[in-house]
Design a protein around this ligand. Structure first.
Ligand code: SF4
Length: 284
C-alpha cells in the first residue's frame, strides 16, 4: 500500500496520454520529499509521466508503454524534457500498475506485444523497475526496458532476467562528444552493454540521427562495430531527429540549441542504416 497521506493520484485516468508528446508538469508536486525518498528506496511506487497503448515502435508487437519521470541526462535532442523532473510524474503503486496492465494482457499476447518501460530514465527508479518487472513477468507479459544504461549496474543479475528485451540508447561513441551531447559519461553505458552481452540478454540498439550532431560516419562506424561485437543485438533502430518536442523546451524555458536543425534526409538515413548493416546488424 502507498503511504496513507499520498493522494490516490495513480487512479487518475489522466495517466493515459492523448499523444506521445503531451507536455506534463508538476503532477507529483504534492508528494513530500520524504515520501519520494521512501518510494525510491522500496520501489513500492514509482513516478510515472504517462502511458500509451497500441505502440508499435518500442519493442516487438503492439505494446503498452509507460514513461517514468526523472532523468539525469540532458540530451540536446531530447523530445520529452518534461520527463527530466521526477516531480512531473504521478505516483503509481506497483499493484495499481499491474491492475491496469491486466486489462490489456490478453490483447498484448494476441498481438505478440508486451509492456515497455521508457522515460525519462527508468533506472533512476531502479527499485520500482525491479518490482514492477517481476510482477509483469508473473502475469505472463513480455517486458522491455528502454534505457540509456547509465545505471544498469543497479539491477542485479536475477533482476536482469525479468527484462526480456533491453532497448539500449547509444548516443555517441567519443567520450567528449558524448559528454557534449548528453552531459554524461559514456563508459557506464558501454559497461552495461558488455554485461548484457556476457549474460546473453537480448538488446535492440536505438540511435538518434541528428544532422550535424550525430551524423559523423566514422562515429557511427565505431558504434556499429561495438554493437556488432556484443553478439546480442537483434536489431538497430535508427531514429530520425524531429522537432515534435521543441515546444516543450520553449514552454519549460530551457534553452534549445537545435532550433535550426532539420530532420535527416532519406539519403542520410539510408547511409546510416547502411553502416549498421555493413557491420552485420539488422537495422530499420
Ligand atoms: S536520456 Fe532520454 S529522457 Fe534523458 S535527456 Fe536523453 S533523450 Fe531525454
Amino acid at each position: 500500500m502507498a503511504p496513507a497521506h499520498l493522494p490516490d493520484a495513480h487512479d487518475a485516468p489522466s495517466l493515459l496520454a492523448k499523444d506521445p508528446y503531451e507536455l506534463r508538469v508538476d503532477q507529483g508536486r504534492h508528494v513530500p520529499d520524504a515520501d519520494v525518498r521512501a518510494a525510491l528506496k522500496s520501489g513500492e511506487l514509482g513516478f510515472v509521466h504517462s502511458f500509451t497503448t497500441g505502440a508499435t515502435v518500442d519493442g516487438p508487437g503492439v505494446r503498452v508503454v509507460a514513461w517514468t519521470a526523472g532523468c539525469m541526462w540532458r540530451c540536446a535532442y531530447c523530445h520529452n524534457p518534461d520527463t527530466w523532473t521526477m516531480a512531473n510524474g504521478i505516483p503509481v503503486t506497483v499493484s495499481k500498475a499491474i491492475e491496469g496492465l491486466r486489462k490489456y494482457r490478453a490483447g498484448l499476447k494476441a498481438m505478440a506485444g508486451g509492456f515497455t518501460l521508457s522515460g525519462g530514465e527508468p533506472l533512476l527508479q531502479d527499485r520500482f523497475v525491479a518490482r514492477l518487472f517481476r510482477e509483469v513477468k508473473a502475469i505472463g507479459v513480455h517486458t522491455a526496458l528502454d534505457t540509456n544504461g547509465y545505471y544498469g549496474d543497479r539491477l542485479s543479475d536475477a533482476e536482469l532476467e525479468t527484462v526480456d528485451l533491453v532497448l539500449l540508447d547509444l548516443k555517441a561513441w567519443d567520450p567528449e562528444r558524448h559528454r557534449q551531447l548528453t552531459g554524461m559519461d559514456v563508459a557506464p553505458t558501454h559497461a552495461f552493454a558488455r554485461r548484457l552481452a556476457a549474460r546473453g540478454r537480448p538488446v535492440w540498439v536505438r540511435y538518434v540521427l541528428v544532422p550535424g550532431l550525430t551524423d559523423d560516419a566514422a562515429e557511427i562506424e565505431r558504434i556499429a562495430a561495438f554493437a556488432a561485437s556484443l553478439g546480442v543485438v537483434q536489431r538497430v533502430d535508427v531514429l530520425p531527429f524531429h522537432q515534435m518536442g521543441q515546444f516543450k523546451w520553449k514552454r519549460l524555458g530551457i534553452p534549445y540549441t537545435l532550433e535550426q536543425t532539420p530532420a535527416p534526409t532519406q539519403e542520410l538515413v539510408d547511409r546510416t542504416l547502411g553502416v549498421f548493416r555493413a557491420a552485420g546488424l539488422k537495422a530499420v
